[in-house]
Write a protein that binds this ligand. Structure first.
Ligand code: M6R
Length: 606
C-alpha cells in the first residue's frame, strides 16, 4: 500500500518522480506528492495534492525547477482523511519524509516528545518526521538509528535532509522497498515497476539496514555501521508488460494475457508429460511427508485456495483447510511439524499472509508459497517457493494471478497425488494433459466475449447479485462474486446453491441477477433444482454449464457453455467468463476499472 519513489542523479528529478508515481499509482491513489531538493542553499520544494497522480502532474505542469534529487509518494490513507495536508511528503524542520506502513505507537510518541502543538496533519508519518528532526544534528545515521529504536510498527521510510542536497536515506521494517543504481543515478521504489524503465537489476532493501542513495552509487549499512552487500536480483519482464499496450484498461489486458501466463507457469514444470519441480527445489518428500495441509491467503488468492482444497482433498484424502490469513493468527491454528502450509500471494507482500507464514514456521510447519513477485518478502521467508509466471499484475482486481495460482495448485496437487501413491503415472499424465487443454478453453472464451458484454449490460442495472454453485462450482463462484463487487460496487454474494433456501432466498426478487455455475456432472441435477427455486421467485438467471450439457427449458435467461475436457478443469474457462462479466459491468457503469474506490493493489497494512 502506498507507492514510494526516490531519485538522485543526473536526470531531471521532477520527471523521474512523476513517471514513477504513475507506474506506482496502483498501490494507492488517494493523494500524491513530491519533494525536491534544489541543490542550492536550503531550497526545498513541496507539492502535494489529494486525488490522483494526474492532479499532481497538472499542478507541476508549468513548474520551472532544476532538481536532481527528490522523493514522491502516492497514498492509500490509513491515519487521517484524504486531503492535501495529510498527503506525503511530510516536513518537520530539516527533515522531509515519505512513509508506507503504520506507526503503531505514534500516540505515545506525540506525548513522550511533546509534539502535539507542532503537528499540522493527522498522520502517523508526520510524527516520525518530527522524531527524526528531533534527533537530527548533522548525522543522518544517528538520527535514523535513534528514531527507529523508538518506533514500533511497519514502515518503509524515504528521508531527505535539507542540508544534504544529493542524498536520500531509506530504512524499512516489513513494508517493501527496492533500490537500484544505473549510470544516470540511484532509485528507490516500493516495487520494481517504477525502476524497470531504467534498469532490470535491483535489490530488495534488507530490513533494519540503512540505505544511502547517492548520484554515483548506493551504500548499505547495518545499525552498527558495518557495510552490507545486498543480493542483486534481475527482473525477467520489460516495461511493455507493465503498460496497457492498446487495451483500454490493465484489467482487460491482463485477462487476455491468461493463456500466456498459464503456459509460462505450466510448461517449464513439465518433464515428459508429468509435473517436475526439481528446478523449484521442491522434492517429493515435501509433498508426501505431511499429514495435513493448511492453505493461507487473502482475497482472490484465498479463493484460489478454496478451489485447491475442493480439488486436492478428495484425491489425496488428508485434511486440507483454507484459512483467511488475517484470522489465522488469532484462532490458535492446528499447525505442527506434520503440516504443509501452502501460502498463496500474488504480491508476496500481503502483511496478514506474511504474519501467518511466520506463525506457521514458529509452529514447526514447512511453508511452500505460491508467489508471483520474485524476491518478495513471502518468497524469501518461505521454505519452498513455487513462482507463478503471470508477469506484473497492475489492475487492482486480480485476474491472471488467480489463473496461475489455480494452475499451480493443480500442478502441486498432481505431483502430490503421485508422490503419495494416489495417482499412477498414467493418471497423472491424463490429468496434466487436461490441464494443458484448459489453456485453449480459456482462449476460446476470450475469442467469444461479445455475449458476455451483453450479459453485463443487464447485470449493470442491478443493486445486488448472487453467485451459486455446488462443490468446485461454489469455489469458483466465490471469486466471481468478489470480482463483481470490488470493481462494479454491486453487492454480490456467493452461496453453495443448496444453502440458499436456508435464508438468502428471501433476498431474491424479480430480476435479481443469479449467476449459476453448474459444471459438475455428479451434482448437476441438484444445482438445476436450486436454480428452479430462484427462477420461481423471478430471478434473472445467467447459467454457466459445460458444452453439451442438457439445459432444461426456461431455466435461464442467458446461457454460457464452456469447453471442458473433465469437470475438474472447468474453473479455467469459467473464471474468464466471471472476470469479463465483472469487467464489462464496471466499465459500462463508467467506473474506474483498474483503480476501484477504497482499494489498493498490495495490502501491506493489517
Ligand atoms: O498479493 P496477494 O495475492 O497476497 O493479495 C491478496 C488480496 O489482497 C488480493 O487478491 C485482493 O483480494 C484483490 N483485490 C482481488 O482482486
Amino acid at each position: 500500500m502506498c507507492g514510494i519513489i526516490g531519485y538522485t542523479g543526473r536526470l531531471d528529478a521532477l520527471n523521474v518522480l512523476l513517471r514513477g508515481l504513475e507506474q506506482l499509482e496502483y498501490r494507492g491513489y488517494d493523494s500524491a506528492g513530491i519533494a525536491l531538493l534544489s541543490g542550492k542553499g536550503d531550497d526545498r520544494l513541496l507539492i502535494k495534492k489529494a486525488g490522483p497522480v494526474a492532479a499532481l502532474k497538472e499542478t507541476c505542469e508549468n513548474l520551472k525547477v532544476e532538481s536532481h534529487c527528490g522523493i514522491g509518494h502516492t497514498r492509500w490513507a490509513t491515519h487521517g482523511g484524504v486531503n492535501d495536508t495529510n498527503a506525503h511528503p511530510h516536513i518537520a524542520g530539516k527533515v522531509t519524509l515519505i512513509h508506507n506502513g503504520i506507526i503503531e505507537n505514534y500516540h505515545n510518541l506525540i506525548e513522550k516528545f511533546g509534539f502535539r502543538d507542532l503537528l499540522v496533519s493527522e498522520t502517523d508519518t508526520e510524527v516520525a518526521a518530527r522524531l527524526l528532526n528531533y534527533y537530527y544534528s548533522g548525522d543522518p545515521y544517528e538520527a535514523i538509528r535513534r528514531t527507529i529504536r523508538e518506533i514500533t510498527g511497519s514502515y518503509a521510510f524515504c528521508i531527505m535532509f535539507e542540508d544534504i542536497h544529493d542524498k536520500i536515506f531509506c530504512v524499512r521494517n516489513v513494508s517493501p522497498m527496492v533500490a537500484a543504481h544505473m549510470e544516470d543515478g540511484s532509485f528507490v521504489a516500493s516495487d520494481v515497476t517504477a525502476v524497470i524503465p531504467y534498469t532490470n537489476r535491483y535489490f530488495v532493501i534488507p530490513e533494519y539496514q540503512i540505505v544511502t542513495l547517492g548520484q554515483d552509487g548506493i551504500s548499505v549499512q547495518d545499525f552498527e555501521g558495518n557495510p552490507v552487500s545486498p543480493e542483486m536480483l534481475e527482473v525477467n519482464w520489460n516495461i511493455e508488460a507493465a503498460q496497457k499496450n492498446g487495451f483500454p484498461h490493465f484489467m482487460l489486458k491482463e485477462i487476455h494475457e491468461q493463456p500466456e501466463a498459464l503456459r509460462n507457469t505450466i510448461t517449464p514444470r513439465l518433464e515428459n508429460g508429468l509435473p517436475d519441480f526439481s528446478e523449484d527445489g521442491i522434492l517429493d518428500e515435501v509433498l508426501s511427508g505431511c499429514d495435513k495441509i493448511a492453505i493461507v491467503a487473502c482475497g482472490t488468492a484465498m479463493y484460489a485456495g478454496m478451489v485447491g482444497k475442493a480439488l486436492i482433498e478428495p484425491i489425496i484424502k488428508i485434511p486440507v483447510s483454507v484459512n483467511i490469513a488475517s484470522e489465522f493468527r488469532y484462532e490458535s491454528p492446528l499447525v505442527d511439524e506434520k503440516t504443509l502450509v501452502l501460502v498463496i500471494s500474488q504480491s508476496g507482500e500481503t502483511i496478514d499472509t506474511l504474519a501467518a507464514l511466520r506463525l506457521s514456521k514458529e509452529c514447526g510447519a514447512k511453508v511452500l508459497s505460491i508467489v508471483n513477485v520474485k524476491g518478495s518478502t513471502i518468497a524469501r521467508e518461505s521454505d519452498y517457493v513455487f513462482y507463478t509466471h503471470a508477469g506484473p499484475e497492475i489492475a487492482v482486481a486480480s485476474t491472471k494471478a488467480y489463473m496461475v495460482q489455480l494452475a499451480s495448485l493443480y500442478l502441486i496437487g498432481c505431483r502430490m497425488s503421485m508422490a503419495r501413491g494416489k495417482f499412477t503415472e498414467a493418471e497423472a499424465r491424463t490429468f496434466i494433459s487436461r490441464l494443458t487443454d484448459s489453456i485453449s478453453a480459456v482462449q476460446k472464451i476470450l475469442e467469444n466475449k461479445k455475449r458476455i458484454k451483453e450479459a453485463a449490460s443487464l447485470v449493470a442495472k442491478a443493486q445486488d447479485a448472487f453467485f451459486v454453485g455446488r462443490g468446485l462450482d461454489y469455489a469458483f463462484s466465490l471469486e466471481g462474486s468478489l470480482k463483481l463487487k470490488e470493481i462494479s460496487y454491486i453487492h454480490a454474494e456467493a452461496y453453495a446453491a443448496g444453502e440458499l433456501k436456508h435464508g438468502t432466498i428471501a433476498l431474491i426478487e424479480k430480476d435479481t441477477p443469479v449467476i449459476a455455475v453448474a459444471t459438475q456432472d455428479h451434482i448437476y441435477g441438484k444445482t438445476i433444482s436450486n436454480i428452479r427455486e430462484v427462477r420461481a421467485r423471478g430471478a434473472f438467471v445467467i447459467l454457466i454449464t459445460k458444452t453439451g450439457a442438457e439445459i432444461p427449458e426456461d431455466i435461464c435467461d442467458i446461457h454460457f457453455a464452456v469447453p471442458v475436457s473433465h469437470d475438474q478443469f472447468s474453473v479455467f474457462p469459467v473464471a474468464v467468463i466471471l472476470q469479463l462479466l465483472a469487467y464489462y459491468t464496471s466499465d459500462m457503469k463508467g467506473l474506474n476499472v483498474d483503480k476501484p474506490r477504497n482499494l489498493a493493489k498490495s495490502v501491506t497494512v493489517e
